[in-house]
Design a protein around this ligand. Structure first.
Ligand SMILES: [Zn+2]
Length: 139
């Protein structure tokens, strides 16, 4: 029987002949280093979005709260990343999954009005070509 080597660490494989790796660790190492570049960037964005969501959830334990922007910025919140937006007449809410925030100014201090997604938001329709709404919400 021909000798087979681990695809990851190149050590000789023992045991079953259909084995390609020593163990789960070698397998995941191999798949991580051979993952296409776009997969890595998708993975990075996904984990940043999850992190954003966790931060919003942490600072919004009971449905609604206001937090200074710099607090979340310091903790690594990525403001350019969100899963969806809700343009309201009071401004645009930026959501990461079921948590979102409205950027607000209170006494010249940048704050985030964090909300947990409400039922009525499911019924909102977002139409990117509705330029009137976008013009209103950017004020
Ligand atoms: Zn190995």
């Amino acid at each position: 029987m021909p000798v087979k080597y681990c695809l990851s660490c190149k050590k000789e494989l023992k045991g079953r002949s259909d084995k390609k790796f020593c163990d789960a660790q070698c397998r995941s190492m191999y798949h991580n280093t051979n993952r296409p570049f776009h997969e890595l960037s998708i993975q990075k964005i996904n984990s940043d979005l999850r992190r954003n969501r966790s931060l919003l959830a942490h600072f919004c334990p009971s449905g609604k709260s206001t937090v200074e922007k710099k607090v979340l910025a310091k903790l690594g919140y990525k403001f350019e990343l969100f899963t969806h937006i809700f343009p309201f007449n009071t401004g645009t809410y930026y959501f990461c999954y079921e948590y979102g925030y409205l950027p607000i100014l209170e006494n010249h201090i940048e704050k985030m009005l964090i909300v947990h997604k409400q039922k009525y938001m499911d019924n909102l329709s977002f139409y990117p070509w509705d330029f009137k709404i976008i013009k209103h919400s950017s004020r």
